[in-house]
Design a protein around this ligand. Structure first.
Ligand code: ATP
Length: 316
């Protein structure tokens, strides 16, 4: 096991009758990272996370947490793991504080320590204004944050989140991801699943791309994206006064291809590393071009992911 890995999957497999949901996966999740598990419906994300969270027994293979076999002592493992499943129930008639208190109690907290931790978690997930309201009055985004609060109540070293952002609007997703960043800064390793690579590419330091129970790619987010997209699709937004100059400059730049102007923005393919992109940014600024934003197009990540998945022969 790698020194730095908090969680290691070794030949992990799950069969449901004739379906192989997770197919002999070996993978190390580095400690202290935010690991994105990306894959379409049926890729095996829920199955894999459930096995790592001790809620589903593998057909074969090993899950190791901090080097110890998870399934040798699942109760001990659960003290170090927080799990937020894709679907979970809240007790509609309990207040937010009482709901979280029941889980704090189950994890052995009592008295003032319990009250302090519940208040801390309520604040961390941004539910102070709802602390004494019943769960049934919460919006979907608030329920997701409450589920996150439940998962972190015992300060787990490893947090496993199954599609926590599904169904959230962009603002609720941003709030959720900002909360995850705060939890990560507090020292937790986070594994989070999603259908959408572009949704997680800003949040995750590592990604693994799953398809039909197997990993197609995994590694540092930047490296995986560069591998999927040797030509990155960029969008440059400049002040109107700089548009002509920016267009003329990009037309002469070797690494730039397929330049088009759409609604006052310049879209182009860029062949190069982050360093080359930083150089381009600096050169544009030196040329007096007034940049509003220079960003990678999220749709292109989406497309790259689908082309990767579609390029695979379907399993029987
Ligand atoms: P989604 O994004 O839709 O949640 P997923 O990536 O989480 O999908 P899983 O739910 O792990 O994928 O499913 C992986 C495969 O295992 C699918 O083919 C699914 O139909 C199958 N599967 C999952 N649970 C069961 C079950 N309890 N019984 C039989 N087959 C199952």
């Amino acid at each position: 096991m790698s020194e730095a890995a908090i969680l290691e999957l070794d030949g992990l497999r799950k069969e449901y009758l004739d379906v192989v949901a997770v197919c002999d996966v070996s993978l190390a999740i580095p400690r202290g990272e935010i690991y994105g598990l990306i894959g379409p419906n049926g890729a095996g994300k829920t199955t894999l996370l459930s096995m790592a969270a001790t809620t589903l027994e593998p057909t074969a293979g090993h899950v190791r947490l901090d080097g110890g076999e998870l399934w040798d002592d699942p109760v001990r493992a659960r003290r170090q793991i927080g799990f937020m499943p894709d679907f979970f129930q809240v007790t509609r008639e309990l207040t937010v504080t009482d709901f979280l208190s029941t889980f704090a109690l189950a994890h052995g907290l009592r008295g003032q320590a319990l009250r302090d931790r519940v208040a801390e978690v309520v604040a961390l997930v941004g539910l102070q204004a709802k602390a004494e309201e019943k769960c049934k009055g919460l919006s979907r985004g608030m329920v997701q944050r409450l589920g996150l609060g439940r998962a972190i109540i015992h300060k787990p070293a490893l947090l496993l989140l199954d599609e926590p952002a599904s169904g959230l609007d962009p603002l609720a997703r941003k709030v959720l991801f900002d909360t995850l960043r705060a939890i990560h800064r507090d020292g937790s390793t986070i594994v989070i699943s999603s259908h959408i690579l572009s949704e997680l590419s800003d949040l995750c330091t590592f990604v693994g791309i799953m398809h039909e129970g197997e990993f197609l790619e995994c590694g540092r987010t930047r490296e995986v994206i560069q591998k999927l997209l040797p030509r990155r699709r960029m969008e440059l937004h400049v002040l109107a006064e700089s548009l002509t100059a920016a267009q003329a400059f990009l037309e002469q730049t070797d690494a730039v291809n397929a330049l088009v102007e759409v609604d006052g923005s310049l879209r182009f393919e860029f062949e190069g590393t982050d360093e080359h992109l930083a150089d381009l940014h600096a050169t544009l600024a030196r040329e007096g071009i007034r940049i509003v934003t220079l960003a990678e197009s999220a749709t292109s990540l989406h497309e790259a992911y689908f082309s990767l998945a579609e390029g695979r022969p379907a399993r029987d």
